[in-house]
Design a protein around this ligand. Sequence first.
Ligand SMILES: [Fe+2]
Length: 288
Amino acid sequence: MSAISIHPTDAALGAIIEGVDLSRVPNAGTIDTIESALEKHGVLIFPDQRISPAEQVAFSRALGPLEATANIDARLNGQPEIFVIGNTGVRPVSFAPQHGSEDLEWHTDHIHKPVPARASLLYGKEIPDTGGDTLFACLYSAYDALSPADKSKYETLEAVHSIEGLRAYLHKQAGEKGYEPGRQEAMPECVKWPLVRRHPTTGRRGLYFGAKVTVGITGWPREEGLRFISELTEHTTQPAFVYRHVWRKNDAVLWDNRRVLHAATPFDMSRQRRLMHRTTLRETTPIA
Ligand SMILES: [Fe+2]
């Protein structure tokens, strides 16, 4: 008998999951429950988890094959499947803007890689008193709200994604002091995916792009493509489509990268510490 309970948020996405202990490798029944809840809600919150890096990796691996971050210096010593995100280390890795007036870095993990991320699991180890939230935007809702004419037009478009778009953003965030990316795995200059993606299990159509990592539309002049992506970001991240996760220490959050964009909000990096451990599930279904 399962004691798992699922409590949807009142936003377009998200459910709180109780009764799952992430320090244990889940059995087949628990995996089924988690996967179907992930399909239904897009973002799953597991509060108050006490997990070691090895336990996080073992739990994640039970859901599917994992992918290490391309940023070799951000892999945890001895547990390379853990991506260390935060401002506590020698070389901070943060995707949050430093000021509230700056654009958020809305993205879906690994869209710029030949094999993107199916899902990601982020564990909150140190949480700032204020800020450093994670916002999630529903790419189904964004697609559904388009006019029939835009739906038809977008079906024909192919978007171009590049790590360079992300680097340019990080450079801007780091200012004149510069941004030191550390050692990186080799990566193609860009990858291309259809702008409208069909979810392989739900069949739902959603937009598929990122605000900074998407650097153009195939066949369009560069500036026109960037302007279009900016407008699409505004449309997709309107409050009706967004769930805001305000972290508590020891929360673990699992999301479906096929369905959601996410972005971190600013926090006072000079005074506050934020430390998260991410495991990343590799995409297993080819994108049409
Ligand atoms: Fe991310």
